[in-house]
Write a protein that binds this ligand. Structure first.
Ligand SMILES: [Zn+2]
Length: 140
């Protein structure tokens, strides 16, 4: 397929193994928010998340998880953050948007399963998110 004249379609792909780690981490942090750094690459609007990093330090509580960006080591494989919403919706709060880091923000809400995770851009717009399960794509 040839998309040269089309506007770039942004799409986020998340490795299933990364999703599983996020789920485990956020369940552990519950009822507090958990926050992790997303590692991966971005090319032509395609954001591919294939790893996680633990922030050097973080503040967590029931209502907001965050860390000062100025303390983040510079690493261009850091493409965003994921954090949990122990209650309520998976929509980003105003605080989340003010603390946006990188290209994409993933939010996972309770009960932290495969259908509880959503991707957002810095404007609070939903981005299509697909989970890449290697055992399933082998069939192609
Ligand atoms: Zn939030």
């Amino acid at each position: 397929m040839f998309f040269k004249n089309k506007k770039i379609e942004r799409k986020v792909t998340l490795e299933k193994s990364v999703l599983d780690s996020v789920i485990t981490f956020c369940k552990m942090k519950h009822p507090n928010e958990g926050i992790l750094i997303l590692k991966g690459k971005s090319k032509n609007g395609q954001i591919k998340i294939d790893g996680l990093a633990i922030p050097p330090f973080n503040f967590t509580g029931p209502t907001f998880a965050g860390f000062p960006h100025s303390f983040l080591p510079f690493d261009n494989s850091y493409i965003g953050i994921v954090h949990s919403h122990p209650s309520g919706s998976a929509e980003p709060s105003v605080t989340d948007l003010n603390n946006f880091f990188g290209l994409v923000s993933l939010i996972i809400k309770s009960p932290y399963d495969d259908d509880s995770i959503f991707a957002w851009d810095s404007g609070g717009n939903a981005l299509p998110l697909s989970i890449n399960d290697k055992s399933e794509t082998e069939k192609n």
